[in-house]
Design a binder for this molecule. Structure first.
Ligand code: ATP
Ligand code: MG
Ligand code: MG
Length: 545
């Protein structure tokens, strides 16, 4: 038996295809505005739009919604293309730009003017806003609403020719100032903006608004299912109105719930501010919810796709816990990441009964369940480092690590007992004198701790991350979201020592540092040349609930 489609969008598509709508054709699009980098919310839309195209044998277009020249840049266009590819999707030949349709959109605007369905308004943006009315009161007609088509056409052509200043006039659709849906109260179609556009340069000083550009772009590309987030549900009557008045391909809009993720922000304006104000090191700071940030942090693309599948596609807004995303990352990394040893906060151990001129090569598997990930060699010797946290002077009974007179097993190595604690002049513990048991027999040793060899350990910098914001919904209730930043969202560990294999770690390659979490090498080494390892995620969910 066939499994039913897994969400309402897929149900709609399946039944449209079954009914032969659009000649059995499916076309979707992902329409980013190139005014910033893509974030995890965009990933939900990408996985949905490209995902259904793959599953149902359709096509998905990458369309840059570049209708606002002021905030758009080529850098963002390039980054978006790279991010969609990285996520694992391919738009083939279907790369489009709303700006390529400017001439056609302009012609359609003249057509609507000719039909008495659009007019040039001299009111300021503020006056238009004030006269728009409210949910309970109708709007007021503009004093310019009854201009003749001929006068409107002449003015509109002069607007295009650059005769008016930015903001001096707009073109509005002539629909109904008393419409219960405020979006239908003579919405603005065009505004004057004397600005340089990354693709059309100074060819235009007249730019279409989202509502006049989006549906028509969908129609031009013969998009069958135009999927967007719920905020646009109220715009759908307008989307349909333009398409009907212009008699275009009947693209249809469907709305799904956007992704809201706790302890972060996803508005591009806010992300841009975090970058501009140097709260983070850039769009790709590993704490950012951007795809470039997550990639640098070590999140595999597949884990993000799994996440988008797991959260599903619904019709009501909800909040997703960050731990859902981190669980997907952990599950993926557990499968693919080779294991390694690294000590963050080293405490020296000298094994007094181990000969100084001696060492042992231990061959160990890189992954406990994946023999194909190979094996590597560790060198055991007399002087080692363990994690400072793995020693307690006066440990409680259930502390199965090292303490005076206690025993522990060194991972892949020997069982050692702590015989003596060495202190500096200030009384701080600086070294443990231990002895190893060459023949521990069947004796049960509960604790196993990680270590590195003093002879070949590699100094590295390790960065541990916490959530970027201290509260689930930053800026809630209109407060400044910056006040909710977590001041401890990054910790740089300068003392870390890694096993030798990590000296040649490739950028982005995932590792599990045993007992510490998953890590990957950052593209940028530390100032002194040391490799920097970012902690991608801890081994278990450690966030306080
Ligand atoms: P902003 O308002 O911060 O600029 P945006 O939604 O306008 O963000 P776009 O570049 O226009 O950003 O978004 C491109 C596509 O990604 C849109 O179809 C939008 O619906 C979708 N999208 C953006 N954010 C989310 C989100 N949090 N969850 C799901 N889809 C999203
Ligand atoms: Mg936007
Ligand atoms: Mg947008």
């Amino acid at each position: 038996s066939e499994t039913p489609p897994r969400d309402f969008i897929r149900q709609i598509i399946a039944s449209d295809l079954a009914a032969g709508r659009n000649d059995g054709r499916l076309a979707t699009r992902f329409p980013p505005e190139p005014n910033g980098y893509l974030h995890i919310g965009h990933a939900k839309s990408i996985c949905l739009n490209f995902g259904v195209a793959q599953e149902f044998g359709g096509e998905c277009h990458l369309r840059f919604d570049d209708t606002n020249p002021v905030k758009e840049e080529q850098e963002f266009i390039d980054a978006i293309r790279a991010d969609v590819r990285w996520l694992g999707f391919d738009w083939g030949v279907h790369e489009y730009y709303a700006s390529d349709y400017f001439e056609q959109l302009y012609a359609w605007a003249e057509q609507l003017i000719g039909a008495g369905l659009a007019y040039v308004d001299d009111q300021s943006a503020e006056e238009i806003r004030q006269r728009r009315g409210t949910l309970t009161t109708p709007g007021q007609d503009s004093p310019w609403r009854d201009r003749s088509p001929a006068e409107n056409l002449e003015l509109f052509r002069r607007m295009r020719a650059g005769e008016f200043a930015t903001g001096e006039k707009v073109l509005r659709a002539k629909i109904d100032m008393a419409a219960p849906n405020i979006n239908l109260r003579d919405p603005v179609m065009y505004r004057i903006l004397h600005a340089h556009h990354p693709r059309t340069g100074t060819a235009w000083c007249l730019y279409p608004m989202y509502d006049f550009a989006h549906g028509q772009s969908d129609a031009i590309e013969r998009i069958t299912h135009s999927i967007c987030t719920l905020e646009f549900a109220d715009h759908r009557p307008l989307y349909d109105w333009f398409i009907a008045q212009l008699n275009l391909f009947p693209a249809r809009q469907y709305e799904f719930a956007r992704l809201n993720l706790g302890y972060t922000v996803m508005s591009k304006r806010k992300l841009q501010e975090l970058v501009a104000e140097k709260v983070v090191s850039g769009w790709d700071d590993p704490r950012m919810p951007t795809l470039v940030g997550m990639r640098r942090r070590g999140y595999p693309a597949r884990a993000i796709r799994t996440f988008c599948e797991r959260i599903g596609v619904g019709k009501s807004d909800n909040w997703i816990d960050y731990s859902v995303l981190e669980d997907c990352v952990r599950e993926e990394l557990n499968e693919i990441a080779p294991r390694a040893l690294c000590v963050l906060n080293p405490l020296k151990v000298v094994i007094t009964n181990y000969p100084a001129d001696h060492s042992e090569i231990i061959e160990v598997p890189n992954h406990p369940q994946q023999p194909e990930l190979g094996r590597r060699q560790l060198r055991f010797g007399r002087e080692l480092y363990i994690e400072r946290d793995d020693f307690m002077e006066d440990p409680p009974k259930k502390f199965f690590r090292l303490g005076p007179g206690r025993e522990v097993r060194l991972r892949y190595g020997h069982v050692i007992r702590c015989d003596e604690v060495v202190r500096d002049a200030a009384g701080a513990v600086v070294e443990l004198r231990c002895s190893y048991d060459p023949a521990p027999g069947e004796r049960k040793i509960k604790g196993i701790i990680h270590w590195v060899n003093a002879v070949d350990a590699v100094p590295v910098q390790v960065r541990l991350y916490d959530r970027l914001f201290a509260v689930e919904n930053p800026g809630r209730g209109g407060s400044d979201y910056r006040a909710d930043l977590n001041p401890a969202s990054i910790a740089r560990i300068e003392s870390a020592l890694a096993e030798p294999a990590l000296a040649s770690a490739a950028v982005g390659q995932a590792w599990q540092f045993e007992r510490l979490g998953y890590f990957c090498a950052d593209p940028q080494p530390a100032a002194d040349g040391r490799i920097v390892f970012n902690r991608t995620v801890t081994l278990r969910d450690s966030w306080a609930k």
